[in-house]
Write a protein that binds this ligand. Structure first.
Ligand code: ZN
Length: 236
């Protein structure tokens, strides 16, 4: 049984390496998602910047048009004031004119503010465009780097699988099956017994079980955690 125990321990070391590589492989999708999210964020920022610019331009056009309406009204009122007969009507027209002038000035001031906002929004759009171009430019390289590392890990995993298959060749199929069944639930599946208690779950084994294990005639498991127990002397 010594040889079988040694083989199983060697196989378990290879299995642990495969587990480690599987862990690395599981991380690649998240890395790819970071790259994709970076592009999405930059696209979102650009869309938001463009929407702000569009809104400011729309407002500015609305104010320009309101200003023109007031100008037309002022022209009309001026024309009317030349034709009024009474003082009262004249005063009323003057009041209307003052109001129209004030409204025009107000629209003008607001339009100027929006023109400044348009300039600022254009800068934000330009920066967002540059950022998107940068992020989109870098994405293929980053994804290629991830793909290269992934294929490296996959290659290593293939190598470990071959190593495990080679080591398993000299082990009886039913032993291998038992090892795999235990390992599906407990890792490590094999524990090396140095004292009379299981090194993994710490339970003290019955004296009978310990002497059976030390006899090295069969593979015995821990009565509690069911791991396969190999006596330390098998590795001397
Ligand atoms: Zn145990």
């Amino acid at each position: 049984m010594e040889a079988t125990f040694k083989q199983l321990v060697a196989i378990e070391a290879v299995c642990a390496e495969i587990d480690r590589l599987d862990g690395l492989l599981a991380e690649f999708p998240a890395e790819e998602e970071v790259v994709a999210a970076g592009v999405r964020d930059a696209q979102g920022a650009l869309e938001a910047a463009r929407a702000t610019l569009e809104h400011e331009e729309l407002e500015e056009r609305r104010l320009e048009s309101a200003m023109k309406d007031q100008e037309a009204l002022i022209l009309k009122l001026n024309h009317q004031s030349a034709q009024v007969a009474s003082n009262e009507a004249y005063t009323a027209l003057q009041n209307e004119l003052d109001a129209a002038e004030a409204a025009k000035t107000d629209f003008e001031t607001q339009a100027l503010e929006h023109m400044e906002a348009i300039d600022a929004a254009k800068e934000v759009v330009a920066k967002a465009e540059a950022e998107l171009a940068r992020v989109e430019g870098e994405a293929p390289g980053k994804l290629a780097d991830i793909a290269e590392r992934r294929s490296g890990v996959e290659g290593e995993r293939e190598g470990e699988l071959a190593k495990r298959a080679k080591l398993a060749e000299s082990i009886e199929a039913k032993v291998m099956k038992r090892f795999e069944t235990v390992r599906a639930r407990k890792r490590p599946a094999i524990a090396v017994l140095e004292t009379n208690s299981c090194p993994q779950c710490k339970i003290v084994l019955p004296r009978m079980r310990v002497s059976e294990i030390l006899a090295l005639e069969e593979i015995h498991d821990c009565s509690s955690c069911k791991r396969l127990l190999a006596p330390a002397k098998a590795f001397e």
